[in-house]
Design a protein around this ligand. Structure first.
Ligand code: ADP
Ligand code: ZN
Length: 435
């Protein structure tokens, strides 16, 4: 039986949800226009006044915000409330340049916690659960976000943070953790360590995992589910909109329900900025309609995905987003062909390899090169050079079928690739270093 945290919102009729969004959007645009000079200037430049936004149909008239704007306005330029009303900040991991800082009032934190509580409930979590949080705590939103949601639901919360994997597993066993929350790459690492410690999933009580903060494939999902003996649920979010919990998976697991009462999604053509119809792939854009301190309107996430209003068997009416295929800036253009790391991961796991790999792209004599180092499982290891070359060739052939170009595959010895305890970094694009 499907359980909901906020049934009246999660199963609200389309009309009522639209009415709620319309009202909230109109009020939010006014709040931003009155309090955020940076965005007021953008609106003025575009010739849009708050009165022009009468309902969600007018959303497209508003200017976009991008990461570049957030950097421009750093640190206080997009703040919409006095600092005395703010109770916390969080920050992006800053992998792609200067960190972005987001601010929260107490109401913003409550809204966020409620969104995460919906996710935990959708994964079967109740006050009887023991929820171990192995996302990093600190400026990163993962730890704090899941911690807040877990408290709301009333789970016994174990705020482990990431790392110290042996102790993580010992705690899991001793306390009988039933829900594990962390990045999928860390979940895979924990699963591997469980096995190495001579334990099996039966030695643990885990029933659900809530994994997100980075792209992961269906193949990775199945591999984690097997190694930890749980059902793995996806969760999505970004610091700019609050953190994890913007969208979450239900039991149907065919995409994540977006908490539309707080975030209005749009899909746009990343080149032209034009809004695309439901079902088309494009860049995901969010408008926060309830946030007080850091209310971004039409924020371009750079995440590529698809929206769907198809009826969901869980009973929720919230729109669904597909698993993001990665950020537009994760996409590698190699010899003119678009390649996503997720395509490579799919092939690796399908061929029985571990999700431990490094992708290196470079340019030699004006031609792009693609080298993929893949870790072998101990049973794949052979001391015969010929055997290894055969395996490398077979893997390279399977890759070519998937991505359309021929990579150089290097099988490396077990345990030689560093494991991730947070967001995994798997791509090294040396071409960017040369430029
Ligand atoms: P940073 O941008 O520095 O990584 P964030 O922690 O705010 O900081 O990361 C948010 C981004 O993480 C999203 O825009 C998206 O690209 C990625 N992300 C988060 N959750 C998921 C998920 N479930 N699937 C795929 N990507 C995700
Ligand atoms: Zn559903």
């Amino acid at each position: 039986m499907e359980k909901y945290w906020n049934p009246e919102i999660e199963c609200m009729s389309r009309e009522d949800m639209k009415k709620l969004q319309d009202e909230r959007l109109v009020a939010q645009v006014k709040h931003v226009y009155d309090n955020v000079k940076y965005y007021r200037d953008l609106m003025d430049k575009k010739g849009v006044k708050p009165e022009d936004i009468k309902d969600t149909e007018d959303l497209h008239k508003l200017p976009f915000l991008s990461k570049a704007d957030l950097r421009d306005a750093y640190p206080y330029g997009l703040l919409a409330k006095p600092l005395s009303d703010c109770v916390r900040i969080h920050s992006t991991s800053g992998t792609t340049g200067k960190r972005v800082v987001a601010f929260y009032t107490q109401n913003d934190i409550d809204m966020w916690d409620n969104c995460v509580a919906r996710a935990i409930t959708a994964a079967g979590g109740t006050k009887d659960d023991v929820c171990q949080i192995a996302y990093g705590f600190g400026l990163f939103t993962g730890g704090a976000g899941l911690n807040g949601g877990s408290h709301k639901v009333g789970c016994l919360t174990v705020p482990m943070s990431s790392g110290n994997t042996d102790r993580q597993i010992t705690f899991m066993q001793d306390l009988g953790a039933t829900i594990l929350c962390c990045t999928p790459s860390y979940a895979a690492y924990i699963g591997e360590t469980v096995h190495e410690m001579g334990l099996t999933p039966d030695d643990l009580k885990l029933k659900a995992g809530i994994f997100g903060a980075e792209p992961w494939t269906e193949e990775m999902r199945r591999s984690i589910e097997k190694s930890l003996g749980l059902k793995a649920y996806d969760i999505y979010g970004l610091t700019e909109t609050s953190g994890p919990g913007v969208a979450f998976e239900c039991s149907e697991q065919t995409g994540m329900h977006i908490n539309e009462d707080n975030f209005i999604p749009e899909i746009i053509d990343p080149e032209t900025g034009e809004v695309l119809p439901e079902g088309e792939v494009g860049e995901l854009v969010f408008t926060s309609i309830t946030k007080e301190a850091f209310p971004l309107l039409r924020y371009r996430t750079r995440d590529l995905c698809v929206l769907s209003r198809k009826k969901c068997s869980c009973g929720r009416t919230l729109i669904k987003m597909a698993k993001p295929m990665g950020r537009s800036d994760d996409m590698m253009i190699i010899r003119g062909v678009n390649v996503f790391p997720s395509q490579i991961e799919t092939v690796l796991i399908e061929q029985g390899y571990s999700p431990n790999y490094i992708i290196e792209v470079d340019r030699v004599n004006n031609s792009d090169t693609l080298d993929i180092s893949v870790e072998m499982n101990p049973e794949q290891f052979s001391d015969k050079v010929k055997d290894m070359q055969k395996q490398e060739r077979a893997l390279a052939d399977a890759m070519k079928l998937m991505i359309g170009i021929n990579p150089k595959v290097h099988l490396v010895s077990p345990k030689s690739i560093t494991r991730s305890e947070g967001k995994a970094v798997r791509v090294i694009d040396k071409r960017k270093l040369h430029d």
